[in-house]
Design a protein around this ligand. Structure first.
Ligand code: ADP
Ligand code: MG
Length: 262
């Protein structure tokens, strides 16, 4: 059995200067890297997807995102916590879709299916030229993807980014969300300034596991909600945007179950 300390945070470990910090890291290690997750991470290392997990970028109730390294490059590792809290926030449509796709009955199985789903959707987005992290692989509850950011750290969420050209931001959102709808045939369903990173003047769409096919009965309402949120956000920043116009611009008219023909 690998020891947590040997697999994760090697860079941080060198910097353990005081006991308090060590205690905090210890807690993180125990919370995320349970026995099974540690084995999974070590398998991903053996398979050559990553060399090491370096430090946490973001941790929450449902899981965490960590920066990892591979060769001279960075990667992002998203770990879903195996527990029921991970599913509490999931919208009904997403769970229902997941149950249809997979025959899994227990929480663990559902979480693995959820991880695979995020990987698949990121692949569909990449194929459609939508700016989203490139997926590199997944195993059980762990997903390896492109790290959006550089040596200075992860790219900020739009929520925390300083964007000066709001017209350009609006056009960029229309471009990326429009490609997601028209080319990838997907509706995100949880779009907000928290799930979009701002990197090199591009909007990078993340946290995509709950996305649904554009023909899903819930798709029109989900897209309308996503777009309304973003229109409010842009308007608050000072770039007034009409939700109806925004919705049309991303292909909203084409979303929804196919019309019945008699
Ligand atoms: N590929 C990535 N590169 C850099 N940072 C990321 C990446 N994916 C996620 N993050 C960071 O981790 C946070 C949480 O990721 P997210 O996928 O939104 O998970 P959740 O909201 O379910 O915790 C994001 O807000 C972002 O700051
Ligand atoms: Mg998120």
């Amino acid at each position: 059995m690998p020891r947590a300390e040997d697999l994760v945070f090697p860079r941080q470990r060198e910097r353990f200067e005081d006991r308090r910090k060590e205690g905090h890291q210890r807690k993180l290690l125990d919370e995320f890297f349970d026995h099974g997750t540690l084995l999974t991470v070590s398998r991903l290392i053996n398979r050559g997807l990553i060399d090491s997990v370096d430090f946490p970028v973001s941790t929450g109730k449902e899981g965490g995102v960590f920066r990892a390294s591979k060769g001279g490059e960075f990667r992002a590792v998203k770990i879903y916590r195996v527990g029921n809290t991970t599913f509490r926030r999931l919208p009904a449509h997403a769970l229902e879709e997941l149950r249809r796709e997979s025959s899994v009955r227990n929480f663990g199985g559902l979480i693995y299916a959820w991880t695979r789903r995020e990987h698949t959707i990121l692949g569909r987005l990449h194929d459609a030229n939508v700016r989203a992290p490139i997926p590199f692989g997944h195993l059980r509850n762990v997903l390896v993807m492109e790290f959006v950011g550089n040596a200075d750290g992860a790219a900020p969420r739009l929520q925390d980014a300083a964007v000066d050209d709001l017209d350009a931001l609006y056009r960029e959102l229309v471009t990326q969300i429009g490609r997601m709808v028209r080319d990838a045939h997907l509706v995100h369903g949880d779009l907000s300034p928290y799930n979009v990173l701002w990197y090199r003047d591009q909007a990078v769409l993340i946290d995509v596991a709950q996305s649904v096919d554009w023909r899903h009965p819930a798709a029109p309402e989900l897209l309308r909600r996503d777009i309304t949120n973003f229109a409010k956000y842009l308007t608050r920043l000072g770039r007034e945007v009409e939700p109806a116009e925004f919705l049309r611009a991303v292909g909203g008219d084409e979303v929804g179950p196919p019309a019945e023909v008699d």
